[in-house]
Design a protein around this ligand. Structure first.
Ligand SMILES: [Zn+2]
Length: 412
């Protein structure tokens, strides 16, 4: 793998602003995502991929044809081109720090912005490597342009090394993943892969096939406003009832007190007046039974309070958002085992852990394309401290090549 070439490719992607917009229902949510999409369309043709197609919704698909004379499953690799609206992605000025010495990295002298291993201790595992950072004023966009870089570089490598045998490979780059819509208009049938991988995880070794089951709840609590001087026996203060509602939920089952497989209720928005208070929750659990029980508990608490008050003042509306991809991946567990084997052969320790969130892969899995997630290499996503070691990008590229190769061997 040519380090310089891969670095330049990554920089050519992160310097194109592709921030998505959660408030725009259009697809893609920002016009500027087309800029990178068109750049990629051109590049994929240049490196020699087939069926390169940029569709009307800003999805780019392409094919690397099989170079073997027997049939093996078609597999796919997926990454997203947009960056998070949590932090600006305009005018990204990537800084390349070669042979990292394990000390503080000064991102921005004028503003005294420092990326320090005292706070971000993950940095220390990359001593001696080439660290790519921001200049402290933007995010980097390694999420997920590292993933895009790895997929393009792996396809290029396989084209240049025909001695490496592989079946048919499909790749896709999606818009709007960061606003939860990356899988929405993904044409799984046209993609035509038996399974795929998103290259969208964080540190080297990450391999994920479990994510939360997710729902959103809106709780509306009604009250009655009366002049406070004459309110005795008449006023109902919705905010005080809200207090009771919140207190009846398990106080330790919140994001700030849970980790691993522990689920939670997260109150993320609250608006109140005497007459009416609205609460917005997200409900999360990896376990489907516990997830259903969480939803029931909210309803039960509302019923209990309504009974106590003698009138239906509290209404709970719950909507499912996405489900744990585990249900779809476990029946085809060999698609995870292959990656684990490839990593071990490369001396990368597989870090298999449940995602405390969702991925495009979970939605794709429910659309019929089982889709675990593999590390793309970056850290501290969605902010100014985002960084990625070049060596991790190269390792992830090699993992893709290794998977292509192993599928051809395992199914021969
Ligand atoms: Zn991502």
């Amino acid at each position: 793998m040519n380090k310089e070439h891969i670095l330049n490719r990554f920089i050519s992607y992160v310097t194109v602003d592709t921030e998505s917009d959660p408030n725009n229902p259009a697809f893609p949510s920002t016009e500027k995502q087309w800029n990178l999409a068109k750049q990629l369309e051109k590049e994929l043709n240049e490196i020699g991929l087939s069926d390169v197609e940029l569709d009307e919704n800003c999805y780019i698909m392409a094919t690397l044809p099989s170079n073997i004379d027997y049939k093996v499953p078609t597999i796919g690799f997926v990454a997203h081109i947009d960056t998070s609206p949590d932090f600006t992605g305009k005018d990204v000025k990537p800084q390349v720090h070669e042979n990292y010495d394990g000390k503080d990295i000064l991102l921005n002298k004028e503003q005294n912005i420092v990326l320090s291993p005292d706070y971000f201790d993950d940095l220390l595992q990359y001593k001696g490597q080439t660290i790519i950072t921001t200049d402290g004023t933007t995010l980097l966009g390694a999420d997920d342009k590292a993933g895009v870089t790895e997929i393009v570089s792996a396809m290029e490598y396989l084209i240049q090394h025909p001695e490496i045998k592989h079946g048919k490979i499909r790749i896709c780059f999606t818009p709007d993943e960061e606003v939860g819509k990356g899988a929405h208009l993904f044409d799984v049938e046209k993609f035509g892969a038996e399974w795929a991988y998103t290259m969208d995880g964080s540190q080297i070794g990450e391999l994920e096939y479990e994510n939360f089951n997710a729902a959103g709840a809106i709780v509306t609590i009604n009250g009655k406003i009366v002049h406070p001087g004459y309110a005795k026996g008449k006023m109902i203060n919705s905010m005080l009832i809200t207090n009771e509602f919140i207190a009846m939920l398990p106080e330790n089952e919140v994001p700030e007190k849970t980790s691993g497989y522990e689920g939670f209720f997260h109150l993320h928005d609250m608006e109140g007046k005497v007459e009416q208070t609205t609460l917005q929750y997200i409900i999360r659990d990896h376990d489907l039974d516990l997830f259903e029980k969480r939803k029931e508990l909210m309803q039960t608490i509302a019923n209990q309070l309504n009974n106590k008050l003698g009138t239906d003042l509290i209404e709970v509306k719950i909507k499912d958002q996405y489900f744990n991809m585990k249900e779809k991946v476990v029946p085809v567990m060999h698609i995870v085992d292959i990656v684990e084997d490839v990593m071990k052969e490369m001396n990368i320790e597989p870090l298999i852990k449940p995602i405390r969130g969702g991925t495009d892969g979970s939605q794709l899995s429910y659309k019929g394309l089982p889709c675990p997630n593999i590390f793309a290499g970056g850290h501290n996503f969605h902010g100014r401290y985002e960084y990625v070691p070049l060596e991790s990008i190269i390792k992830a590229t090699e993992v893709i090549v290794g998977i292509a190769q192993k599928v051809a061997v395992n199914f021969s």
